[in-house]
Design a binder for this molecule. Structure first.
Ligand SMILES: [Zn+2]
Length: 570
């Protein structure tokens, strides 16, 4: 037998959660031809001795909708073993969109997800009105990894209602038009429908994004479209109910009824918060009850805190004060000079100290007023990290001085981790152990200069599996492959079986880890973003072709648009 590719002598962790075993994998025509002892030849052989061979990772929560137009590879996810992503989360898709509404659709995205409007204006090649036309565009684009896309509620509302989408509830005509568009999108292969009801999602002028103007009936009617068609996943960014048990009960009850009435698979992020440490539990309880009653529901978790990466290259908490704001306009070297000058340093410290006494309002992943016990020096790729409070105490120094001195040591190229949620890593572990949660929620493609969570998969494997030995490799791999493929109905992916698509990650379990992030100005229009790669991944294979070898792009662009089941049967 002659194959396209043989992976020799690897240890297979196949995505199912079953124990590992040694075997070769043969690939032909983009599919796994055989797993076992393989005697045939191949055009290419990868020696996987000492390495794990697993399904390529699947990320169910990304915002790659804009970057797919300028970044064929799918960074930074593709550097962490990810071979398939779901985009269009939280109501933010670029379709449907009439030509006159392009600015409005950008407005929905830019602050809520921190994607530069200049980069979007320069980088997105608009050629669609409707969602089916958009899918055809994505289908034709060169792609490193596989994509599947939701239709987002903010875009849908804007398409149907124009400027009214940002100010009004939908009329019955609006609603029928939205339902018609959604039906068309699901039939053309949309992954489902997403929405946001979350206060973190604002436009640049501090107004709610369009989907937040929808009443619950509008959401129910739209999700009902998918229920009637028997296809599509519903994803939502939740309502803000955290400290109000009454509102929480009301929201969870509505969500459960919707999932059970429509039978639409429903998914959302669940995080814990230091200030309300038990609010994540009712979510899991509701999910368990929903599943017990016959619904399908999945919690999107992550493998660590979700944090703002503070630095003088990105954002610092005090940037809003006039003294800091003036200094922060300067080139980095001049900022360094200002911080080394005793007089201007004193003024900056004074402004920061004063800022610490006032309330502030940050949304999403914006830098917020620091709590020094929960601000960490990011000095290596994996935890544990020392807090600024701890370092200050050891050095008997003022925490603000510590931050400035540490930054100066690195010529201001020092990041600090400011967790926004999931501060407690034991709770994170507890959530990862829950059978109704997966590790996803990277927000890859969004918050590009604020957070860098495209590395949650390599963090999972390096920190929790290897260093902490808190999860088995088999379990961890299933949480980033098969469980996602099953929920989203990604046929033939997420598990290594003969006949399945050859989406494969080959990595060294002894070394796999993220590397340190950097800030780069490589987006269209020179916009900035955080970039993070990994070590320990020998090869990433997408649809049978090697996309990455030792995390270097091979030149292949084997990614595909994955359409939903109704498109496949059309
Ligand atoms: Zn999101």
């Amino acid at each position: 037998m002659s194959y396209d590719l043989i992976i020799r002598d690897g240890t297979i962790v196949d995505g199912s959660g079953l124990p590992r075993y040694r075997a070769d994998v043969a690939i032909s025509d983009g599919r796994i031809a055989e797993i076992g002892k393989i005697n045939g030849s191949a055009k290419e052989i990868i020696d996987a001795e000492g390495h794990i061979v697993s399904p390529g990772f699947i990320d169910g929560h990304t915002h790659m909708d804009a970057q797919i137009f300028w970044d064929a590879l799918g960074t930074c996810s593709c550097w962490h073993g990810v071979t398939t992503v779901v985009m269009g989360n939280c109501g933010f898709s670029l379709a449907p969109c009439a030509e006159k509404d392009r600015q409005r659709v950008i407005r929905n995205l830019e602050r809520a997800e921190d994607i530069s409007p200049k980069a979007m204006e320069a980088g997105i090649k608009w050629s669609w009105d409707t969602f089916p036309q958009y899918l055809d565009t994505i289908d034709k684009l060169p792609k490193g990894i596989n994509y599947t896309a939701y239709m987002g509620h903010s875009a849908l509302r804007t398409y149907v209602m124009g400027e009214r989408a940002f100010t009004e509830e939908a009329t019955s005509e609006d609603l029928s038009a939205m339902k018609r568009e959604l039906r068309g999108a699901i039939k053309a292969g949309a992954a489902g429908f997403s929405t946001s009801r979350n206060r973190n999602h604002e436009t640049p002028d501090s107004k709610p994004v369009a989907s937040r103007l929808a009443n619950w009936n509008e959401v129910r009617e739209l999700v009902g479209v998918m229920g009637d068609l028997g296809a599509g996943v519903f994803e939502l960014a939740q309502e803000d109910i955290e400290r109000d048990p009454e509102r929480m009960r009301d929201f969870l009850g509505r969500l459960q009824r919707l999932a059970l009435d429509t039978r639409v698979p429903t998914t959302f992020g669940v995080v814990s918060m230091r200030k309300a440490p038990h609010t994540w539990r009712p979510y899991f309880q509701m999910i368990d009850e929903t599943v017990a009653a016959g619904g399908r529901m999945l919690a999107q978790g992550t493998s660590r805190w979700i944090s703002s990466l503070l630095s003088f290259e990105t954002a610092m908490p005090f940037d809003k004060t006039p003294v800091w704001s003036d200094m922060r306009q300067l080139p980095l070297a001049e900022q360094e000079a200002a911080l080394r000058n005793p007089e201007s340093r004193r003024a900056l410290l004074e402004a920061a100290r004063e800022y610490m006494t006032k309330p502030d309002r940050a949304i999403g992943a914006e830098a917020r007023k620091p709590n020094f016990d929960y601000l960490f020096l990011f000095d290596k790729p994996l935890p544990p990290y020392r807090s600024i409070a701890q370092i200050a105490q050891e050095a008997n120094k003022d925490p603000l001085e510590v931050i400035i001195d540490l930054a100066l040591e690195k010529h201001l190229k020092q990041f600090f981790i400011q967790p926004i949620v999931n501060e407690d890593q034991d709770i994170v572990l507890g959530m990862m152990r829950h059978p109704r949660s997966v590790v996803t929620f990277s927000d890859s493609g969004a918050h590009v200069s604020q957070i860098m969570d495209s590395s949650i998969q390599t963090h999972l494997l390096g920190h929790w599996v290897r260093e902490r030995q808190a999860l088995t490799l088999e379990y961890a791999i299933r949480k980033i492959t098969f469980e996602l493929a099953s929920f989203w109905g990604l046929q033939g992916r997420g598990m290594l079986r003969e006949g399945n698509f050859a989406d494969i990650a080959i990595f060294d379990p002894e070394t796999i880890s993220p590397t340190m992030p950097t800030l780069e100005y490589d987006l269209p229009a020179g916009a900035r973003r955080l970039k993070q790669k990994s070590v320990g991944i020998k090869a990433t294979i997408v649809n049978g072709q090697v996309l990455m070898r030792n995390n270097e792009h091979t030149g292949a662009l084997p990614g595909k648009l994955i359409r939903g089941p109704l498109a496949a049967s059309a």
